[in-house]
Design a protein around this ligand. Structure first.
Ligand code: F6R
Length: 611
């Protein structure tokens, strides 16, 4: 949560910072601010509201300076207000800081500083940081640049929690210091200029050369140099990485919103995620994984751990692992898993799915599994993200940058990649080759089938217009279709603010059917040939009680229903990749019909870097 950006170079920093912040707004959007160093010293402009509102904030027009830092906030400590917005300064107004993360021991640090006569203006945890830097700056025995660095490293030694921090000082008008621990931060290298950001896409239009900081690494940055240090002020060497993403991948590219663009990018995302990992006639290759038969034969349990949509990708793929590898699989929310002392040992294999690679609960769950002796595999979409530095192995989805808060192409890419991993395990274990060959062929056909589904949006849009005023919507399905119902329900509630629940169809009679009355909308997913009759009976039960129905199916139905969306047939194991798409589109059009901000739904942020 929260996005941070920085610039140091020859150009005016303000427009570059505002541009970067608007690209990072998906990470939080309740307040924004920037600080630069002008001839007269540090200048801070900040306010409650979106990045756009900064242009009406007092002081913004006259703000100058060729180095600066910026922040877009998702409030954790203290309500959204101008005072609580970042950047925060120390009492002497010599240091300004922006911070993404949470300082867990900020109350103790505040007391410590108050005992040394520091005062505080805001309710935030962040305000202790510039004041600690000031405190250590005054007591430092180091000289020149090392004194600034010494103050920042000593301040960070006091912090418990997570942080990506940028620091400016009026005493060092040509430098800035950045550091990270458990929160993302990248440095983009330019010619006579350098950029800092919470993620790569926000500054991809300026440079493709990036340094990825590890935890507790500090960078001392000038216009022409970037020097890296550890917390003991020892210099370290870091390699610069060239990122091959295309800058336009992070633009709307003619679409009204990122979400619609990303829904339509699914054929490409899946094609690239498949890449050369599977082909019809040869064995599956996943160069990032090197697990052998001896090891896989020892595994008696697989955990798939993730949050939100990524967890739903886990639910959707549990049956693939169980069927192809004959290993029992449990799927769990990372926020539960990390606190319940799960039974894990070296015979457990743990997969962690996270688009951003920054989700605090998922990273903590991975650390727990590792500490108990399990091998850990991260499935992420973001190269070099935090989780990839913790996991034993990382396998990437190649969905391209996902900017809309509601996840779409990452979900379908995760399902495809997990299916490929299951096939890979199954081939190593020499299990049922007929099933794996069939599944491989069907995976290869997915992109063109998704293109077919994407052609049929008019019917869905019309249904959205009929139901956008609803207060409650129900989603039902059996087996793998239930996992899609869960994801469809999440999509609807997060971007349209309509209350929705997903139930296994067979559970309706055990309670939820009491809620069905005239005109209630029930959305059903129905792709499993073997369960068609049972599922249709469940749908008829709600129709009898007056429900409106919207059915996503690849089966021939003999009865008439209000709205039936036909999707192409595919292997049942990967049917969620097709059946979720009409539900993504439905949620999208309902949100648009209600005039909401589809890409930035209220109270949410794209990466949840706090628990
Ligand atoms: C919903 C959504 C979230 C994320 C969840 C995990 O549309 O996007 O539920 O799936 O916050 O995020 P990652 O995958 O980045 O760990």
């Amino acid at each position: 949560m929260c996005g941070i950006v920085g610039y140091i170079g020859k150009k005016q920093a303000k427009p570059i910072l505002i541009n970067g912040l608007s690209r990072l707004e998906y990470r939080g959007y309740d307040s924004a601010g920037i600080a630069t160093i002008e001839k007269s010293g540090l200048k801070v402009v900040k306010n409650k509201g979106r990045v756009n509102d900064l242009s009406n904030t007092k002081g913004i027009n006259s703000l100058e300076g060729t180095l600066g830092i910026g922040h877009t906030r998702w409030a954790t400590h203290g309500k959204p207000s101008s005072t609580n917005s970042h950047p925060h300064s120390d009492n002497s107004k010599n240091f300004a800081v922006v911070h993404n993360g949470i300082i867990e021991n900020y109350s103790d640090l505040k007391e410590f500083l108050q005992a040394h006569d520091y005062t505080f203006l805001s309710e935030t945890d962040t305000e202790v940081i510039p004041n600690l830097i000031h405190f250590y700056f005054n007591s430092s025995k180091q000289k020149d640049n090392l004194r600034f660095l010494d103050a920042v490293t000593n301040a960070c030694k006091m912090l418990k929690g997570s942080y990506a921090i940028e620091v400016l000082s009026s005493m060092y008008p040509d430098n800035m210091i950045v550091v990270r621990k458990d929160s993302p931060l990248v440095i983009g290298k330019g010619i006579d200029e350098n950029y800092i950001s919470s993620d790569i896409p926000a500054i991809l239009s300026f440079t493709k050369d990036f340094y990825l900081l590890n935890d507790n690494e500090f960078a001392f940055i000038s216009r022409t140099s970037i020097d890296f240090y550890d917390s003991n002020l020892q210099k370290i060497n870091k390699a610069c990485q060239n990122i091959t993403w295309n800058a336009t991948a992070a633009e709307k590219d003619g679409y009204p919103d990122f979400m619609l663009k990303e829904i339509n990018e699914q054929p490409k995302a899946i094609r690239e995620t498949i890449g050369s990992r599977i082909s019809k006639d040869s064995k599956t290759i996943i160069p990032d994984l090197n697990l052998n038969k001896k090891y896989l034969n020892t595994i008696n349990k697989i955990y798939i751990v993730a949050c939100g949509t990524a967890m739903h990708a886990g639910f959707a793929t549990k049956p693939i692992f169980e069927n192809l590898c004959e290993i029992s699989v449990e799927v769990e929310a990372a926020s539960e898993f990390r606190y319940r002392n799960p039974i894990i040992n070296e015979k457990t294999l743990c997969l962690f799915i996270t688009q951003s690679g920054e989700t605090a609960d998922t990273i903590a769950a991975l650390k727990l599994a590792k500490s108990k002796g399990a091998k850990t595999i991260a499935i992420s979409n973001v190269i070099g993200s935090s989780i990839t530095r913790e996991a034993d192995y990382t396998v990437y989805t190649h969905a391209g940058p996902e900017i809309a808060v509601a996840s779409t192409k990452a979900y379908t890419s995760q399902i495809v990649l997990l299916a490929i991993i299951a096939i890979y395990f199954s081939e190593i274990l020499e299990k049922n080759s007929t099933k794996t060959i069939e599944l491989k062929n069907d995976i290869l056909l997915l992109p063109s089938k998704i293109e077919e589904v994407l052609k049929n949006t008019e019917q869905i849009k019309n249904f959205a217009q009929k139901i956008y005023k609803e207060k409650d919507v129900f989603f039902i399905g059996r087996g793998i279709d239930y996992s899609v119902a869960q994801e469809g329900s999440l999509k609807l509630k997060e971007i349209s603010y309509i209350h929705s629940e997903a139930y296994p169809s067979g559970e309706l009679k055990h309670g939820p059917i009491a809620l069905i009355e005239n005109d209630v909308t029930v959305i059903s997913v129905l792709t499993n040939r073997l369960l068609v009759e049972k599922s249709v009976s469940n749908i008829l039960e709600v129709v009898t009680r007056g429900a409106k129905t919207f059915i996503v199916t690849n089966q021939e139905l003999n009865q008439e229903f209000d709205e039936v969306i036909k999707i192409p047939k595919t292997n049942t194991f990967i049917s969620p990749v097709l059946s979720i798409i009409p539900l993504q589109i439905l949620a999208y059009y309902i949100s648009k019909e209600k005039g909401l901000d589809v890409d930035k739904p209220r109270n949410l942020a794209k990466s949840v870097t706090v628990e």
